[in-house]
Design a protein around this ligand. Structure first.
Ligand SMILES: [Zn+2]
Length: 272
């Protein structure tokens, strides 16, 4: 008789545990079925940021790709062709915009890394101006070939395969973190990942300096926090894109992202 309250307590406790377990199991089944991905952060990507040198990095970090984090479907309208703007500095490449045929990167090796030749002089000037202000800038990733992008993508797929039985699900998840070959802005040679891939880069003096001065040299912060819904790419404080001084000045002044700027430009040209 004396055990009764305890027995009641324990059976109540067991029922609660079972209920919680059931809820967890159901949530798990639901998330798996709806294509939810494990939020694997690219901590390994920080390897590229481990370069303590104030000078530009001489090697491409294989794991610094943070090109996309998006649910966008590639079957959506190809925006770049829709814009009809063939100005090479404004080429739009992203999860739903394959590198267009008309764009060919003019590759050149500078700062020990391959990039588009249009970027060399502006970056050299920006690097020197920053250094004058006591700011060290270095490039951790610039141009990435299809082969390298493929390698990064496959690495990411392997990560997701550990938590997904279905290989196409693993690929879909991987694509949210690393672009497929041909869909990365790094294929243009016009994108630079600066000072490593660090999510807290925006807490540094270098970031604040870039915020004030990057546009003067033709660079924009390509994936701002406030534009994630439009760029469909997660905030990347380290990723800068060369668009030319004039374009960068307007984009910065108007607080637009590249997609918005292209829309404005297209409307402007079609009403001419
Ligand atoms: Zn990047």
């Amino acid at each position: 008789m004396g055990n009764h309250p305890f027995r009641a307590f324990f059976s109540g406790f067991a029922a609660a545990v079972l209920t919680v377990a059931l809820i967890v199991l159901c949530t798990w089944i639901f998330l798996t079925a709806s294509g939810w991905c494990f939020p694997i952060r690219e901590t390994a990507g920080e390897a590229g940021a481990a370069n303590p040198s104030s000078e530009p990095s001489s090697s491409i970090s294989l794991l610094t790709s943070k090109t996309s984090n998006t649910n966008i479907n590639r079957e959506e309208t190809s925006v770049s062709s829709a814009f009809g703007i063939n100005e090479r500095n404004l080429v739009l490449v992203g999860p739903s915009n394959k590198l267009p045929d008309w764009y060919k990167p003019k590759l050149i090796s500078a700062f020990g890394i391959q990039m588009d030749s249009d970027v060399v002089e502006p970056y050299t000037k920006m690097h020197a101006a920053a250094a004058k202000d006591g700011i060290s800038l270095w490039i951790s990733s610039a141009y990435r070939s299809d082969e390298l992008q493929e390698k990064l993508f496959r690495q990411e797929v392997r990560q997701f395969s550990k938590s997904s039985a279905d290989s196409s699900a693993a690929e879909a998840c991987a694509e949210k973190a690393v672009a497929r070959p041909g869909y990365s802005e790094h294929a243009t040679g016009l994108a630079l990942d600066l000072n490593g891939v660090k999510s807290d880069f925006d807490q540094t003096a270098a970031f604040r300096w870039l915020d004030r001065h990057a546009a003067e040299y033709g660079f924009i912060l390509r994936y701002p926090k406030s534009k994630q819904a439009i760029t469909k790419i997660e905030y990347e404080p380290w990723h800068y894109r060369f668009v030319g001084q004039k374009n960068a000045a307007t984009i910065k002044k108007s607080d637009l992202c590249l997609e918005e700027y292209l829309t404005v430009r297209q409307k402007g040209s079609s009403s001419d």
